[in-house]
Design a protein around this ligand. Structure first.
Ligand code: COA
Length: 279
């Protein structure tokens, strides 16, 4: 299976996360797979949780074949009871749970005027409710073991207005608020809560989610990327290149490591400067 997180080497010490257990929602494809692979390669046991067996089983088998310590479980983060059962099972099986990465997301372009109640609900429930369900579920285990880390996926589109993304931008603004509030509320339990806002990373899932309808008039950055990858990055992304899953995974590893010990409630933009330069 071709991993979109390509590189197997890492700037981090190989045993940086040895003995730790990480639960990664949406960890079987795209950016999530890059995170799963890096954390496992740094010694963590990684539990990949996702909705689709073709994602979590394939990813698990590919990482196992590389000699990494990985397991997988079916999970829809919208289902609060199932989230609790999965978290309890991970904690019981491994005796601990050190890191939760709230990576699962569902986004698409759709005009606000005609967005159906179910479409609004689907995105809010995956991106925002799912992040809360998982964060709440890991709290007791992390508290009992003396601490833990929660890292959620945000975005930059809500820093300004972004047409046809009312549902996703509202959800991710909520993720930012949740991150800051949980960080303060759970700091006494030594649970650090942070978020990462990725820039454009052309994985298959992101391309699918962020390809605007032709009639919307919204620029299709990924079509532009296909046609003239290098010049688009040079013109629109100050650091001159597209992102990779590894760019996000590196920030997750940093925050998960002792280097992040005094960091909580922070939202890190990892986007090559893209949103600041956006016209
Ligand atoms: N435009 C408008 N409405 C859409 C839509 C789109 N592109 N995609 C889904 N919807 C609507 C559906 O029509 C449905 O509403 P309805 O019942 O009123 O018709 C509602 O959203 C739920 O869709 P459904 O496909 O039944 O839900 P799901 O839970 O299976 O799908 C989604 C989840 C909606 C997030 C789906 O887009 C998805 O799985 N996306 C891929 C993953 C992804 O986005 N990853 C993010 C990478 S950044």
């Amino acid at each position: 299976m071709a991993s979109e997180s390509a590189e197997s080497d890492s700037i981090f010490r190989a045993d940086l996360l040895r003995g730790q257990v990480a639960l990664i929602t949406g960890g079987g494809s795209g950016i999530g797979l890059g995170v799963s692979e890096l954390l496992a390669s740094l010694g963590a046991h990684v539990v990949i949780a996702s909705r689709k067996p073709e994602h979590f089983e394939t990813a698990r088998d590919a990482l196992l074949a590389k000699g990494l310590s990985v397991s997988s479980v079916a999970l829809d983060v919208r289902d609060q009871e199932r989230v609790r059962a999965v978290v309890d099972d991970v904690a019981q099986t491994h005796g601990r749970l050190d890191l939760l990465v709230n990576n699962a997301a569902g986004n698409f372009y759709a005009p606000s005027a005609t967005l159906s109640p179910n479409a609004w609900k689907a995105v809010l429930e995956i991106d925002l409710y799912g992040t809360f369900h998982c964060s709440q579920a890991v709290y007791q285990t992390m508290k009992s073991q003396g601490g833990g880390r929660i890292i959620s996926t945000s975005m930059t589109l809500h820093y300004r207005g972004w047409p046809q993304m009312a549902h996703a931008t509202a959800a991710k603004a909520g993720v930012d608020a949740l991150t800051r509030t949980l960080a303060v509320e759970w700091a006494p339990d030594r649970i650090r809560v942070n978020a990462i806002a990725p820039g454009p990373i052309p994985t298959e899932g992101v391309r699918k989610a962020f390809t605007p309808p032709a009639e919307s008039g919204i620029p299709d950055v990924f079509a532009a990327a296909t046609e003239r990858m290098e010049s688009y990055a040079r013109d629109r992304i100050p650091l001159g290149r597209w992102g990779t899953p590894r760019d996000i995974a590196n920030m997750v590893a940093y925050l998960a490591s002792p280097a992040g010990d005094w960091i909580t409630g922070a939202i890190f933009v990892v986007d090559g400067g893209e949103w600041l330069a956006k016209g």
